[in-house]
Write a protein that binds this ligand. Structure first.
Ligand SMILES: Cc1cc2nc3c(=O)[nH]c(=O)nc-3n(C[C@H](O)[C@H](O)[C@H](O)COP(=O)(O)OP(=O)(O)OC[C@H]3O[C@@H](n4cnc5c(N)ncnc54)[C@H](O)[C@@H]3O)c2cc1C
Length: 459
């Protein structure tokens, strides 16, 4: 009997009722996510649990026969995190998709990990609430978002996933199930295990239930589109806005090439004067939200004054349907870059006050290495998404590594929100402080001594 057949047989014994897929039942989707520079890998088996007990049964069986387990949400990750190790098992949460509770008294939701961002937000909306961690891909699962500490456009106001996860149910490598946190907004009882699992990319445990904080849904939104001749001026205006106390919901920068591509893709006309468009190299998109219309309007006037004093060519107030289409087009920037032949993406983060200098450094790197580097980003968070167009793999790696090194030198990090996964692991290990990596390895071996979970991710 081959090793693969043995794995499938053992798993089917532990999990009857068609929860284990093998051979031709496994679609090639399970071999990859949306990362660029990773090698697809088919799993030996895919398990579709219906409940936590099923996950415990997979973990126990895999541990006994010495096979690795890689959790998978919706496979929209950009770091190769859900790609299994050769001969390993994928646990897919597509059948654990219940919203278990929307608790309006505590403003929390309790969900299974396979619930998508779109499903959770639509359900919360029925109660006048929102799940405010809104990332560019609404089909992402909440389990995957927890595992990557996902961020998105609204992080400048609401923070990232980590700031909204209150409690978790986790299956450990021993097969034991723990519950961390709860419907609690403060907790200082020992080490914060909830936060340890957030962002751990499936390497420390398998998340089977999540309690998240919801927020009241705001009614009024205003969107400003601000063209700049100079990208550095655009990024330099960002800390001025954030330190003014205005508190934007969204504060994005989009460079002119990217803006042209994403608006052309959806046939969106923004009404920018041709004389301004022709000299513009970057745009800021500022969205304000409020409970009352007058506050949103006052905020709009304040932002206008700040950007005008900082080199803006013009300030356009976008009608609501146009604003919505622009943000949808911005969400599609990743697909546009891919369709136009981008070879890799970078998700670097720097302190937002360093963004202008960092972007200058990116421009120098790309020119020196004859590569096209364009993009957009969550400017309010200092998070830059750059598409790198450079077909030569060696030159491309030098470009990416130089950009990441520059980000780290400005006090930043290799990944803001996509995670390290397999795609950025070697760069991360090269650039991260060795003493910190040592602590991470000790945590990993304390929780998963046999290396059962997601081998090849992060470390
Ligand atoms: C067009 C596009 C736009 C995007 N925009 C954003 C953005 O704005 N902000 C952002 O942060 N990301 C963005 N992403 C990246 C991606 O959507 C996020 O990383 C998301 O969190 C991944 O969720 P997923 O369910 O697809 O996870 P997967 O890709 O399936 O898995 C991601 C990681 O989570 C682990 N994992 C999944 N479920 C569990 C579980 N239950 N327990 C333990 N570990 C688990 C996996 O092993 C893997 O390491 C974008 C992606 C695309 C394609």
């Amino acid at each position: 009997m081959t090793q693969t057949n043995r794995i499938v047989e053992e798993l089917r014994r532990a999990l009857p009722d068609g929860k284990v897929l093998s051979d031709s039942e496994i679609s090639e989707d399970y071999s990859h996510d949306e990362a660029y520079a990773t090698v697809p890998q088919m799993p030996a088996a895919v398990v579709l649990p219906n409940a936590t007990d099923d996950v415990v049964a997979v973990v126990d069986t895999a541990a006994r026969i010495g096979v690795s387990v890689t959790p998978r949400g919706s496979g929209t990750g950009l770091a190769g995190g859900c790609i299994p190790a050769p001969g390993g098992v994928v646990v897919s949460f597509q059948n654990m998709r219940s919203i278990l509770e929307i608790d309006t008294a505590n403003n929390v939701a309790v969900v299974e990990p396979g619930v998508t961002l779109r499903e959770l937000d639509e359900e919360a909306a029925k109660y006048g609430l929102a799940y405010p961690i809104v990332i560019g891909e609404k089909s992402a699962s909440i389990g995957g978002m927890v595992a990557t500490n996902a961020g998105g456009m609204q992080a400048v106001k609401y923070g990232v996933t980590r700031n909204h996860v209150l409690g978790l149910e986790v299956v450990l490598s021993s097969g034991k199930v723990i519950h961390t946190g709860g419907k609690l907004f403060k907790l200082s009882s020992g080490y914060d295990l909830t936060q340890l699992f957030v962002g751990s990319e499936g390497t420390l445990g398998v998340v089977t239930e999540i309690t998240v904080r919801l927020v009241p849904r705001m009614e009024y939104r205003t969107t400003l589109l601000v063209p700049f001749t100079d990208l550095v001026d655009a990024t330099a205006a960002v800390p001025k806005i954030t330190s003014s106390g205005i508190g934007p919901l969204i504060l994005e920068y989009i460079d002119a090439l990217t803006m042209d591509a994403i608006t052309r893709d959806v046939g969106l006309e923004l009404g920018i004067d041709e004389s301004i468009k022709s000299k513009c190299s970057a745009y800021l998109v500022v969205v304000l939200e409020d409970r009352v219309e007058s506050s949103a309007e006052k905020g709009m006037e304040d932002v206008t004054a700040i950007v005008t004093a900082n080199g803006a060519e013009e300030v356009y107030v976008l009608p609501s349907p146009v604003a919505m289409r622009l943000l949808e087009a911005r969400d599609r920037a990743h697909w546009m870059a891919k369709a136009n032949g981008a070879n890799d993406i970078v998700d670097v983060v720097v302190p937002r006050a360093a963004m202008a200098d960092f972007m200058q450094s990116v421009s120098e790197i790309s020119q020196k290495m004859n590569s096209l580097v364009v993009g957009c980003g969550h400017a309010g968070d200092g998070n830059v998404h750059l598409s790198v167009f450079q077909p030569d793999p060696d030159v491309r790696h030098s470009v990416v590594l130089s950009i990441l090194r520059s980000g780290v030198q400005f006090g930043g990090g290799v990944s803001a929100e996509h995670g390290i996964g397999k795609a950025k692991r070697s760069d991360f290990i090269e650039l991260e402080d060795a003493a910190k990596l040592d602590v991470m390895r000790k945590i990993k071996s304390a929780l998963d001594p046999a290396g059962l979970f997601s081998p090849g991710n992060v470390l």
